[in-house]
Design a protein. Structure first.
Ligand code: IMP
Length: 178
């Protein structure tokens, strides 16, 4: 693998396809163990999770349903400013085991907001699986149940993750070359 240029920035190879696939399989096998006898719903958080989601689900041997959601944010009229809205959820999750699938957990803001919105729909449980996790950037207390790979606080690209909308189609992960 070589250094690549995406838009105006240069990125170097960081996590190989082999290493990614190995950690995806590890996460899948933990989930398979923990949810034996349950029929969970996997909720992929768009856009970034699509590749991890696809590979992960190929190794899940549970009876399950899958769906994708997106968290949008717009300027509110009250003092709190930003308002978040969850779009795309058509399934009734009441009484269900929900597993949220994230590409990366950085500050944790997305995860906490998703948790807040989904909790109101009375699921039996909500757990979070993320491919990548930046512990140095994480500012919340919420536990992250399944982590593929911990990385330092650097900007990464590929395997679903983008820089300005580009690079999501790369099959391995690159890091900003500074
Ligand atoms: P959080 O809400 O700060 O945890 O960040 C969540 C979102 O920020 C992720 O789902 C990504 O879309 C984006 N993000 C965070 N770090 C990176 C990165 O290193 N590369 C690309 N996107 C990132």
């Amino acid at each position: 693998m070589d250094i690549i240029t995406v838009k105006d920035k240069s990125f170097r190879p960081y996590i190989s396809e082999e290493d990614l696939q190995a950690s995806v399989k590890k996460v899948a096998s933990k989930i398979n163990n923990d949810y034996k006898g349950s029929s969970p719903i996997f909720l992929g958080i768009l856009n970034g999770s699509f590749m991890f989601f696809g590979d992960l689900l190929k190794s899940i041997n549970l009876e399950c349903t899958v769906s994708f959601v997106k968290l949008t944010s717009y300027e509110g009229t009250d003092s709190t400013g930003k308002v978040n809205e969850l779009i795309g959820l058509k399934e009734d999750i009441e009484g269900k085991d929900v597993i949220l699938i994230e590409d990366i957990v950085d500050t944790g803001n997305t995860l906490v907001k998703l948790h807040e919105i989904l909790s109101k729909k009375n699921p039996k449980s909500i757990k979070i699986a993320t491919l990548l996790y930046k512990p140095e950037a994480y500012k919340k207390d919420h536990s992250i149940d399944y982590v593929g790979i911990e990385i330092p606080n650097a900007f990464v690209l590929g395997y679903g993750l983008d820089y300005d909308g580009l690079g999501r189609n790369l099959s391995s992960i690159y890091v900003l070359n500074e």
